[in-house]
Design a protein around this ligand. Sequence first.
Ligand SMILES: [Zn+2]
Ligand SMILES: [Zn+2]
Length: 387
Amino acid sequence: MPIKNRFAELLPEITEWRRDLHRHPEVLFDTHRTSGIVAEKLREFGCDEVVEGIGRTGVVGVIRGKESKSGKVIGLRADMDALPMTEKSGVPYESETPGAMHACGHDGHTAMLLGAARYLAETRNFDGTAVVIFQPAEEGGGGGKVMCDDGLMERWGIEEVYGMHNWPGLPTGSFSIRPGAFFAAADLFEIVIEGKGGHAAKPHETIDSTLVASHVVVALQSIASRNANPVEQVVVSVTSFETASKAYNVIPPRVEMKGTVRTLSPEIRDLAEERLKKIAEATAEAYGATAEVVYERNYPVMVNSERETEFAAEVATRVAGDCAAADLVMGGEDFAFMLEARPGAYILVGNGETAPVHNPAYDFNDEAIPAGCSYWAELVERRLPAA
Ligand SMILES: [Zn+2]
Ligand SMILES: [Zn+2]
């Protein structure tokens, strides 16, 4: 069962939707036009329920199968937001909004899920409920988290949730996935060391914040080398180190440091945060200084659950003939919040040999649409099989 014929028929129309979205990119939660179009189309397709304003500008559509014996509910998610950057792709449907661009292909994700929603609402050849989820603010705004906080999973009783992202460099319309940790958590920290400033020739009258901060920088490397199991990945990088003095002969009273922590498992992430705070505070204390630590958790590790990943790979193989094993990605992905809330799987669909995402020359490849739509439709029909 390769591509569903209906999507070959619908391709020109879905491509038109995609290019219209491309022309009018909207950033973060400001997806008002996009959300309006999505809601209007879902109603037009005959969805049983269409709700706007979940997670500020998020949209949810509910499609009930022709049977409802299973009582099962699954969620399919697409992101809608663009990036604050200037397009240089040269395509005829280039962005008409200065300083905004669909450089991550979320226009394609939205169009593909709309195409699948249309097919599912037409055919309803399944037993249970499919919930299509359109989220804003994937690019740094945590829109997925805001939708979950708004009760997305509970309100519709979603039991499993699935996501998809286009992937430049992967053959057009082919698929790739991995179970377990897939995208990294990328956290931020700030450490302020407070000592006692004074004359550089009289160090005994000071508490040298520079010396204390330097010991902290070195000691932080023990998290990766001595606290984490060596087979696990963790990166701790101090990337900014500023003293409160510009002079040759003044010991500064304070030092401000910034940095990032990258991890691939929730356990190592907890460990890194805990150790980072302890090391900074205890090292400072040992020298008579104080450390103030601010640790900000950004997107969590995105973890594909085993069973759902295996199932997603089977569906992809039915559509494309094969499903490749994906590599770990050190970038972050907002879908991680939905996968923390429910089991599910995130899959990559090939965008062919195009410019990479977040590049001004990037464009979503419309030739991937039939494969992406077929994956969504097949996923629902196989996860919720009708008698
Ligand atoms: Zn992106
Ligand atoms: Zn993206």
